[in-house]
Design a protein around this ligand. Structure first.
Ligand code: SF4
Length: 213
């Protein structure tokens, strides 16, 4: 019964968010489970295109990195580099990619996408450059409003810092200390308010289960 009720809740909430994202001129899709992400990407993405990704647990959980490595794409694989210089080259080449894939830190019920980034390599190409931005997000990312989005981000950031093994206070305490650490992961906060300038550039795939952090 519990599972059915969450399914029902996520269906209703997902429909509302997708409708509001479309109203804001994004393409938006609601899929049942993470197994539905790759088939949808196969429909959306053209073969032989250049593809880049931002850091994301969700993409890994959905098998997106393996799909890009095994598929017929020019994948700018940031996780498969031999030097710092090669990684930097990928960061700059991301701006010319056909597709940039990442997740979201939060999506408000009225269709705003909220991201908090450290060095900006996720938010910068999301804002400008790649022809298409594909965001894959679980329903745990959906929040009522911007205030809730900021609270959610503050709650999960220590886990991201721990995951990335950064030397910040929250990595040790599990709690945000609004630190001045050189490795602080909370630097650039971006809200995508609307897609009206470039309708359909953003494609948001909302998955009816919890994914990532
Ligand atoms: S501001 Fe610093 S302490 Fe707070 S979550 Fe970010 S990295 Fe952690």
């Amino acid at each position: 019964m519990r599972k059915e009720l969450w399914d029902w809740k996520y269906q209703k909430l997902g429909e509302k968010v997708v409708s509001n994202l479309k109203r804001k001129k994004h393409d938006a899709y609601l899929v049942e489970r993470k197994e539905g992400v790759i088939p949808l990407l196969k429909e959306i993405m053209k073969e032989n295109s250049t593809v880049a990704v931002g850091g994301s647990l969700t993409l890994t959980e959905c098998g997106v990195l393996d799909f890009l490595r095994e598929g017929n794409f020019n994948f700018l694989d940031r996780y498969n580099v031999k030097s710092k210089e090669e990684l930097e080259e990928i960061y700059y080449n991301m701006f010319r990619a056909d597709y940039f894939l990442c997740s979201a830190n939060a999506i408000t019920e009225d269709g705003k996408i909220v991201q908090l980034d450290g060095n900006g390599t996720r938010v910068a190409p999301m804002i400008f450059g790649p022809k298409h931005v594909i965001i894959v997000a679980g329903m745990n990312k959906v929040v009522p409003d911007i205030e809730s989005a900021n609270k959610r981000i503050e709650y999960i950031s220590p886990m991201n810092s721990k995951r990335l093994n950064f030397d910040t206070p929250c990595t040790y305490t599990g709690k945000c200390d609004d630190c001045m650490s050189p490795e602080r992961i909370c630097i650039h906060r971006v809200i995508v308010e609307s897609g009206v300038r470039h309708p359909g550039r953003f494609k948001i795939i909302l998955v009816k289960e919890d994914l990532g952090l």
